[in-house]
Design a protein around this ligand. Structure first.
Ligand code: AMP
Ligand code: GLY
Length: 414
């Protein structure tokens, strides 16, 4: 089979690698791919949101299956377009993607179907929003819901912070009609439960934990993720069963009920609070960097699995019972400004997996080309061993402009 993977990050590198392990994969393309992916697939210079060009490429090259990585491609309707053209594609439709792209839709759905999540209210008017915040308690969580992505989530600990954030989200007219979801602040351990979903048929992946803050001890600004691991001791068998039944299955069924059946990966960003497990957010795609620690454990044939989902059949997956732990190497300055083009040495001495996130080849040398540059993923019988191994591997990589967190996985040992 000829397979096209859309995207260019570490997540897509892990997806391409899982596909490359399948004897069914005769030829793999990636659009646009990256320097690491280029070792396994032919990279084509089409951006993830250039739907016309992607469709044209898939038709011209008789692609049998397309797998979508990034949310941006889903939100512009790449899956709808491919399906209309009769092509097999792994990912949700634009309507189903709203579980991620519209926080308000996600919250309304959860309320309607009794899925445990933080209490909330939605506002478009600044004064009404502020009045609501003044009536409530601090900290409070403000989530922008609208076309201007990147304003994201603000956890306001003072009234002044809430005011500034709401002004930015609701009064700054250059972003058009803003909408804000104001949520109750929850506390507890966060974890990611990703499931393969084909309508009401679902299949879980191993639970993972992301590390979103830039520096050790969860300090510093939010990033795209600085590391992750699988095998979380604080998620018990009962927790898992609860999350599958009351959250993941319920939402999959709800989306079918609403006439927006989901196909692809439904990502539950969950929190184990003192009042039980609750939803922080849903994503309509593989998580990053969770995918980089989860897919190395896939023992089943990835092509069969993706094809089953794309064909609306029951997905079934077997996983190795080892633990995995991945540490991200990022450019100094990230997630703020950073320089590119620094030579990266020593990767050939690393025995564990390396997934490229932001690299390039320059004059025959591997160089940094992004904020997050690569993730090194070690696998071992226990998480402790995986952590030790990942740290040893990271030490082999030489580059003067990279930094990483040294505490990835520590929450498992508390
Ligand atoms: P999100 O963009 O929804 O993933 O939010 C980013 C981060 O903000 C999450 O990973 C949480 O750490 C935090 N967060 C979001 N919603 C809440 C909430 N209701 N209570 C506490 N923390 C939250
Ligand atoms: N790891 C968080 C995300 O993929 O959105």
């Amino acid at each position: 089979m000829k397979i096209l993977v859309i995207g260019s990050g570490g997540r897509e590198h892990a997806i391409v690698e899982a596909i490359a392990r399948s004897p069914k994969a005769e030829k793999i393309y990636a659009a646009p791919g990256n320097a690491g992916i280029a070792q396994l697939a032919e990279c084509v210079a089409i951006k993830d949101t250039e739907v016309d060009k992607l469709l044209d490429f898939a038709q011209t090259n008789a692609i049998d299956l397309t797998v979508v990585g990034p949310e941006a491609a889903l939100a512009v309707g790449v899956v709808d377009r491919f399906r209309e053209a009769g092509l097999k594609i792994f990912g949700p439709t634009q309507a189903a993607t709203e579980i991620e792209s519209s926080k308000d839709f996600a919250k309304r759905l959860m309320k309607k179907y009794d899925v445990p999540t933080a209490d909330y209210a939605t506002f478009t008017d600044y004064e009404e929003a502020m009045a609501y915040v003044r009536r409530g308690t601090l900290p409070t969580v403000l989530k922008y819901d609208g076309l201007a992505a990147g304003k994201g989530v603000v956890i306001a600990t003072t009234m002044e912070e809430a005011e500034a954030a709401l002004r930015d989200m609701l009064l700054d007219t250059k972003y058009g009609d803003g909408r804000v979801v104001i949520e109750e602040f929850l506390t507890g351990e966060e974890f990611s439960l990703m499931c393969f979903v084909a309508g009401s048929k679902i299949c879980p992946m191993p639970v993972a934990q992301d590390h979103k803050r830039a520096y050790d001890n969860d300090e510093g600004p939010n990033t795209g993720g600085m590391g992750a691991y699988t095998e979380l001791p604080f998620v018990t068998v009962e927790d898992h069963a609860y999350a599958m039944e009351k959250i993941m299955q319920r939402v999959a069924d709800a989306l079918v009920e609403e006439g927006r059946p989901f196909t692809g990966v439904l990502y539950g960003g969950l929190m184990k609070t003192p009042q039980g497990i609750k939803v922080i957010e849903f994503n309509a795609r593989f998580g990053d960097p969770e995918t980089e620690v989860v897919l190395p454990r896939l023992k089943s044939d990835a092509v069969d699995l993706f094809m089953a989902v794309a064909s609306d059949e029951q997905p079934e997956a077997e996983w190795s019972d080892e633990a995995t732990l991945g540490i991200v190497l990022a450019s100094k300055g990230y997630p703020g400004g950073y320089d590119k083009g620094y030579v990266i040495g020593g990767t050939e001495r690393v025995e564990s997996k390396i997934y490229h996130m932001g690299t390039a080849m320059k004059d025959g040398a591997l160089v940094t080309a992004g904020g997050r540059v690569m993730i090194v993923v070690a696998a071992a019988a226990t998480l402790k061993e995986a952590q030790t191994k990942a740290r040893e591997e990271i030490a082999k990589i030489e580059c003067e402009n990279l930094f990483h967190r040294t505490d990835i996985g520590n929450k498992a040992f508390k």
